[in-house]
Design a protein around this ligand. Sequence first.
Ligand SMILES: C[S@@+](CC[C@H](N)C(=O)[O-])C[C@H]1O[C@@H](n2cnc3c(N)ncnc32)[C@H](O)[C@@H]1O
Length: 276
Amino acid sequence: MLAVSEQEFELTDKDFKFIQWFMHKRVGIYLADTKRAMVYGRVSRQLRRRGLTRFKEYRALIENDEQECVHFINTLTTNKTQFFREIHHFEFLEKVVVEGWRSLGNTEIKIWSAGCSTGEEPYSIAATLWHAGAFEFAKSVKIFATDLDTQVLEHAKRGVYPEEALATIPKQYLRQCFMRGKEAQSGKIKVANRLQQFIQFQPINLIEPWSLPEQFDLIACRNVMIYFDKPTQEQILRRFHARLKPGGVLFLGHSEGLGGCSSLFHHLGQTIYVKM
Ligand SMILES: C[S@@+](CC[C@H](N)C(=O)[O-])C[C@H]1O[C@@H](n2cnc3c(N)ncnc32)[C@H](O)[C@@H]1O
């Protein structure tokens, strides 16, 4: 790491503390001191873009301009994702959850992918439902896909990805759910319209009120709360619990758990939980 005096941009201890406080207050994300180099790298790009050299000047912008503020938050979030990430969730969805809905006669299915990043998660859910035949027996299927980061949501809505994304998509979904680009679009894949029509993308900050009118059969909130502190995680888990139908299913990310909310759900293993 460069010594402060050798750095191109000025980010003082006070600036870094402000960023830690600001991210926690606005989005619940706790940036540990060890993230300072990452923060410096990402903030530098914004300073360069605006022709500034000191974070202090940029701070004035983000405090007075909501759009710049959203842009700044987008810069500091981690959006890593992939199709069928943590594949056991999709296997469970197909073999157990959808079969349960079918046998119980649940024909109005509502799913929430909370913290969906660039869309691979909700599209993987839709492809799984397609393959499991859920669109045949259900009268209505709605998948809400939300994220704080407005830029990733734009990407998600397009549903276009580099061809390398195919590497994690199991063969059985390829023909029906994804199309290869041709000519100007070669080297890219696109999610089939027949899946896209079931997904509604919208910006939602999980630590603020949720403008979602529904009760859900399944909520997937994977690899999102890992960045939040414990009280924030528990508060959101209680709100998820209230938003699940009886017997509703919750998927968390591989290193996430229920903490103090374990009495609210049955744990079925592999970060799969059922509302009690
Ligand atoms: C690492 S990605 C996980 C994507 C996907 N769920 C998966 O597991 O592959 C985390 C996502 O959570 C979003 N996020 C972080 N804090 C959030 C908040 N307070 N409200 C909503 N989304 C948030 C980020 O913008 C990012 O896109």
